[in-house]
Design a protein. Structure first.
Length: 122
């Protein structure tokens, strides 16, 4: 490895290895291969992540709300999908926060269907 660590979005990233840098120079002369934030896209993504962060306990509450009415098939399918998407990558690979992102819409759909059925019934 050559060069110091690059900073991208406040996260330290390793420098590009020498063997990869030589290929990069041949493929795209003038490109350094270092990480850099490109505006306006980086600004949009940084602004987007602040208000749209879902903490783990809230996801647990959403999953429990969906599990409240698992007898109905229309709740079971999105809830089961959310649980499989949450558990399967952890069981096969390792936990990473990026695996939680596709769980949220299915869990919210299951919770909304379960809660709306309770309001209609009672």
């Amino acid at each position: 490895m050559s060069g110091p660590l690059s900073l991208w979005g406040g996260v330290a990233a390793p420098a590009v290895p020498d063997w990869a840098r030589s290929y990069l120079r041949r493929y795209a002369p003038g490109v350094t291969g270092e990480y850099e934030a490109v505006q306006p896209y980086a600004g949009f993504l940084q602004a987007f992540q602040n208000p749209s962060y879902l903490r783990g306990p809230f996801l647990g509450v959403i999953l429990l709300l969906g599990a409240a009415d698992l007898r109905r098939k229309d709740v079971l399918l999105p809830w089961g999908t959310a649980v499989v998407l949450l558990v399967l990558p952890v069981a096969v690979l390792d936990f990473d926060h990026r695996y939680v992102l596709p769980v949220v819409p299915f869990a919210c759909l299951a919770a909304a269907l379960a809660v709306s059925a309770r309001f209609r019934a009672g």
